[in-house]
Write a protein that binds this ligand. Structure first.
Ligand SMILES: Cc1cc2nc3c(=O)[nH]c(=O)nc-3n(C[C@H](O)[C@H](O)[C@H](O)COP(=O)(O)OP(=O)(O)OC[C@H]3O[C@@H](n4cnc5c(N)ncnc54)[C@H](O)[C@@H]3O)c2cc1C
Length: 407
């Protein structure tokens, strides 16, 4: 019998680490290549939705996932003009609610599951620089370095994120439209008025939105949405000035806490938000999944979940073809089938992701009026008991399509 087919997976984010594990446990040879030596060096958000948790459970990783450091917020508190107006609890019937999970620990867990399989190789600190082309087909990757290593494979899966090298080298890059906002992220100690693992805090004012999440490590992760490109002005005004802006939005208590911990701001950084969807995710010998083909906005905490769901669907289509000997045409057809199955969900989720910023950055008088009205009605308890979860919430929590692991 010949050697088992070999798949190179570039990038060990959630998409790559999950797919590599799913293929390795079926005894296919898998080489997973990750440029970072430490997963903590790449901040990729910490919110996992029920759809992503379900994907991990389907992979048989429920217990390993539950054992990771995590916080389970049970509600979202809304504040308008710095005043608390209403708490929305996640419905009791939900088996899994969103969780704040340590991403470095989650990725280490996925890689460890892969490493338990004999056919799995992990190249930590290796950076994919190019594709090896033969006869119009990619047949492997070249790693960057003084003595560049070549790794040959039946298929290259680009899971190397929003700045994907595989995408570029496979000629799949496309022009895209910029988003309207960026996000400033930082962590501070948890303020005393927010309990560990307690409710997510959403602070709204016309034209502004700031979110604060109690994290798995009992800190407060703050995400402040700003107009795209406006960080230069903020930086010029200085950290004290923009912290004071956030303090106006969050109200006096949390505001004073943020200012008090000004020096303890952990890794504040500005996320240049991009959100788009490639028309083509495949080239001969190449498949892209995750952010490599659909970089996601942080709105609704979707990217990690969509990446895990991509991995499940990719495994469903690839395993039978790899099992049958990995004929190039059959592999390319399987890759096209992955795109065909995943495209509608990603398109729908990204459509929803674009909605909140459009409303948030409006400063028209009626936006202020609607916020006050909504706050007043919410205080009266209207009409919470009568409404179903709106479509946008259902989509963000559970996804759009039914994704089942079949292999
Ligand atoms: C600040 C921020 C906050 C976010 N918050 C959330 C959230 O709360 N919830 C949520 O669901 N989503 C969130 N997202 C989106 C989410 O992080 C991404 O959608 C998700 O990580 C995509 O997974 P991926 O595996 O496709 O790519 P990534 O997670 O980006 O992983 C790509 C991996 O490839 C590696 N890599 C890159 N280039 C190479 C190369 N040439 N060779 C080898 N390796 C390479 C990278 O080091 C990285 O580990 C956030 C994103 C950011 C940036």
């Amino acid at each position: 019998m010949g050697a088992r087919p070999h798949v190179v997976v570039a990038g060990a984010g959630p998409a790559g680490a999950a797919l590599a594990y799913l293929l390795a446990r079926r005894d296919f040879r898998v080489t997973l290549i990750e440029r970072q030596t430490d997963f903590a060096r790449e901040f990729r958000g910490e919110i996992l939705m029920p759809s992503g948790i379900d994907a991990l459970r389907q992979m048989g990783l429920g217990p390993a996932f539950d054992a990771l450091p995590q916080a389970r917020p049970q509600a979202i508190d809304f504040h308008v003009h710095g005043r608390f107006v209403q708490r929305f609890a996640f419905p009791d019937f939900m088996e899994d609610t969103p969780r704040m999970v340590s991403q470095p620990r989650m990725l280490e867990m996925l890689v460890a599951q892969g490493a338990a399989c004999e056919s799995f190789r992990f190249v930590r600190g290796g950076s994919v620089a190019d594709l090896i082309e033969e006869g119009g087909r990619s047949v492997g990757v070249r790693l960057r370095g003084d003595a560049p290593e070549e790794i040959r494979a039946d298929l290259v899966v680009g899971c190397d994120g929003r700045g994907s090298v595989v995408r570029r080298r496979a000629g799949l890059d496309e022009p895209r439209n910029p988003e309207s906002f960026d996000v400033i992220w930082f962590k501070v100690p948890l303020p005393p008025q927010i309990e560990p693992g307690g409710a997510v805090q959403a602070f709204l004012r016309p034209g502004q939105l700031c979110l604060a999440f109690p994290t798995f490590d009992e800190r407060l992760q703050v995400a402040w949405l700003i107009r795209k490109g406006s960080y230069g002005d903020l930086r010029e005004r200085g950290t004290d000035a923009w912290l004071a802006d956030i303090a106006v939005q969050t109200g006096p208590e949390i505001g004073a806490h943020l200012i008090r911990h000004r020096d303890a701001l952990e890794s504040p950084f500005v996320l240049d938000v991009v959100c788009y969807l490639l028309e083509r995710w495949t080239a001969p010998g190449v498949l892209l999944i995750g952010d490599a083909c659909h970089p996601m906005s942080p709105v609704g905490g979707q990217g990690l979940n969509i990446a895990l769901r991509d991995a499940l669907v990719a495994a469903n289509h690839l395993v039978p073809v790899l099992e049958a000997g990995a004929a190039p045409d059959a592999l390319d057809a399987a890759c096209a089938a992955v795109q065909a199955e995943r495209f509608p969900e990603v398109a729908e989720v990204e459509r929803y992701q674009r909605m909140p910023p459009r409303v948030v950055f409006r400063t028209d008088w009626w936006v202020g009026a609607v916020l006050w009205l909504a706050a007043g009605l919410a205080r009266l308890g209207f009409p919470r008991s009568r409404v179903r979860l709106p479509a946008i919430t259902r989509t963000f929590l559970h996804g759009v399509t039914d994704v089942r692991l079949q292999v």
